[in-house]
Design a binder for this molecule. Sequence first.
Ligand SMILES: Cc1cn([C@H]2C[C@H](O)[C@@H](COP(=O)(O)OP(=O)(O)O[C@H]3O[C@@H](C)C(=O)[C@@H](O)[C@H]3O)O2)c(=O)[nH]c1=O
Length: 182
Amino acid sequence: MKISKTNIKDCYELEPNVFTDQRGYFFESFNQRKFEELTGLAINFIQDNQSLSSKGVLRGLHYQKGDSAQAKLVRVLQGKVMDVTVDIRKDSPSYGEVFTTILSDNNNKQVFIPRGCAHGFITLSDTAIFFYKCDNYYDSKAESGIIYNDLSLKIDWILPEDELIISEKDLVLPKFKDLIIH
Ligand SMILES: Cc1cn([C@H]2C[C@H](O)[C@@H](COP(=O)(O)OP(=O)(O)O[C@H]3O[C@@H](C)C(=O)[C@@H](O)[C@H]3O)O2)c(=O)[nH]c1=O
């Protein structure tokens, strides 16, 4: 596994070693020991999530507050997305910074998003199956987020505005400057 630091503290981009032969391919999509050795972080994933999205679907930017904060290891099983992490940890050296990368079933890349960061993605292929591991359970009462088009974050979502498909819940999220972080 190849692991690279990003501009966000404790946020990593990971690329598995892919073994290809006449049957197809094999790779370890997660190996806790290697992950902890390479990142120096102790992590215990306890929930896996999977979603299917059509082209233009934008989910985010989401996080869970307080004790319900979640670290996530995200990847794409089918299709292609642009994945976005925003550091909203006030005490972090990378507070306010954004990391974007393309995740696809072609590059097999993954992103590790530490607790305290907001996360979202946009689907660039006709459909995309998104899969992620979380180190804390879903807690609907702790759900929060930032509006995707917050000008201060300067995120280029690639697709034109009129092609975006966004949930009603995500369209009324607050601006970054108005976040109340518990
Ligand atoms: C996230 C989540 C949702 N749900 C339910 C709640 C709701 O009825 C339905 C759809 O939820 P949402 O609209 O919040 O799903 P979605 O917009 O895909 O939410 C996800 O977005 C990405 C960007 C993330 O980073 C995730 O942590 C998560 O917030 O699924 C669970 O039961 N468990 C979960 O862990």
